[in-house]
Design a protein around this ligand. Structure first.
Ligand SMILES: NC(=O)c1ccc[n+]([C@@H]2O[C@H](COP(=O)([O-])OP(=O)(O)OC[C@H]3O[C@@H](n4cnc5c(N)ncnc54)[C@H](OP(=O)(O)O)[C@@H]3O)[C@@H](O)[C@H]2O)c1
Length: 323
């Protein structure tokens, strides 16, 4: 089969299309023919190994000291089950599925084997493979943080770094909850953010939201680039500060603030699960949220897809079309 091989840490060009052995499913596994794989910005961070300094060593030990232990990137996919192991009961050959590969990665390939108990769900007929491939990591993290932040109707939420995979779903889900949504991102993404429902948009290069005199109930920083102290200052008493990207020092400050202050800091990532996949795909089918795909690239052009994401021009999602 064809796959995008990731032989070493580095720039997008390290990603190479190669012919590798097609995997065979173990007794509890599904062989999935991949049709679409979302290119999550976290894939780019892994590829170039851009991690918070405080977490660099443990993550490097986990992922491979000199070179990546896993050779194929890709956390999210949609495809068709081609074969199942003899103990599989949850799915059958021919099922169209979508979900996450979790720490096995491997979605940038024509085929991947995943245990049947992984974060997978049946793809609704009305949802394309490309759309379905965007739901697992971005959609579930958006849902997870809004739930953890207990976002309620009428509350003010500011979403910082709203124009990407997590943020575009967070904006739409916060609107469904009845919140008043302010988004912060670069100028080129503000029209798109208004189109998907943002009530207010802020260009981070032009305006510091913490100077606008508004106190928010919730601040959700998707990219980990907001100022900790100024964000806390911009929260109401009992406000919640949600962070999808943190280093050790913010974790320690967050634990202190939550323990001794009148605001909560929440940074634990989501436990991806199949129930949330079904919930999100039902919202897509009902037209209550949109997937917001910016571009699709053929599998062979995975390096170009990574370069495009790193150009900062991406709006929403970039997807690899595989089959
Ligand atoms: N499994 C995983 O890999 C995983 C899971 C959970 C969370 N995460 C974390 O989630 C983050 C990625 O979220 P995502 O996929 O939504 O990212 P994304 O698609 O890259 O979107 C991030 C948005 O933030 C904007 N941005 C960059 N700098 C900013 C700043 N200083 N102020 C305001 N906005 C800014 C970017 O726009 P410009 O580029 O135009 O500035 C972009 O629109 C990563 O940091 C990753 O570590 C990863």
């Amino acid at each position: 089969m064809k796959a995008i091989i990731w032989p070493k840490y580095g720039p997008p060009e390290v990603l190479q299309l190669e012919e590798v052995d097609k995997p065979a499913p173990a007794d509890n596994e599904l062989l999935i023919k991949v049709v679409a794989a979302n290119v999550f910005p976290g894939d780019c961070e892994m590829r170039r190994f851009q991690m918070h300094p405080s977490l660099w060593l443990p993550i490097r030990i986990f992922m491979g000291i000199r070179k990546p232990r896993l050779k194929i990137l890709g956390q999210e996919l949609a495809g068709e089950i081609e074969a199942v192991g003899k103990d599989v009961t949850r799915f059958k050959s021919g099922d169209q599925v979508f979900g996450a590969t979790a720490m096995k990665l491997g979605a940038y390939a024509e085929y991947v084997c995943l245990p049947e108990n992984y974060v997978l769900a049946l793809k609704p007929d009305d949802v394309s493979y490309e759309e379905a491939s965007t739901l697992a990591v971005g959609g579930i993290h958006a849902l997870h943080f809004l739930r953890k932040g207990n976002v309620k109707s009428g509350e003010r939420i500011l979403i910082y770094g709203a124009g990407g995979c997590i943020g575009t779903y967070a904006v739409q889900l916060a609107k469904l909850l009845g919140a008043e949504v302010t988004t912060v991102d670069s100028a080129s993404k503000l029209d798109m953010l208004s189109d998907i429902g943002a009530d207010h948009v802020i260009d981070y290069a032009e305006e510091d939201f913490s100077n606008n005199g508004i106190r928010y109930d919730v601040i959700f920083d998707v990219v980990g680039k907001s100022s900790y102290s100024r964000s806390l200052y911009s929260l109401q008493a009992n406000g919640r500060y949600l962070l999808a990207n943190v280093g050790l020092s913010v974790i320690l400050r967050g634990l202190w603030t939550s323990r001794f202050g009148d605001k909560k800091v929440i940074f634990a990532l989501a436990n991806l699960n199949s129930e949330d996949l079904v919930y999100l795909s039902d919202l897509l089918v009902a037209g209550k949220i949109k997937s917001g795909i910016d571009r699709c690239y053929p599998l062979a052009q995975a390096a170009d897809a990574h370069s495009y994401i790193e150009s900062g021009c991406k709006q929403g999602h970039v997807v690899l079309t595989v089959a």
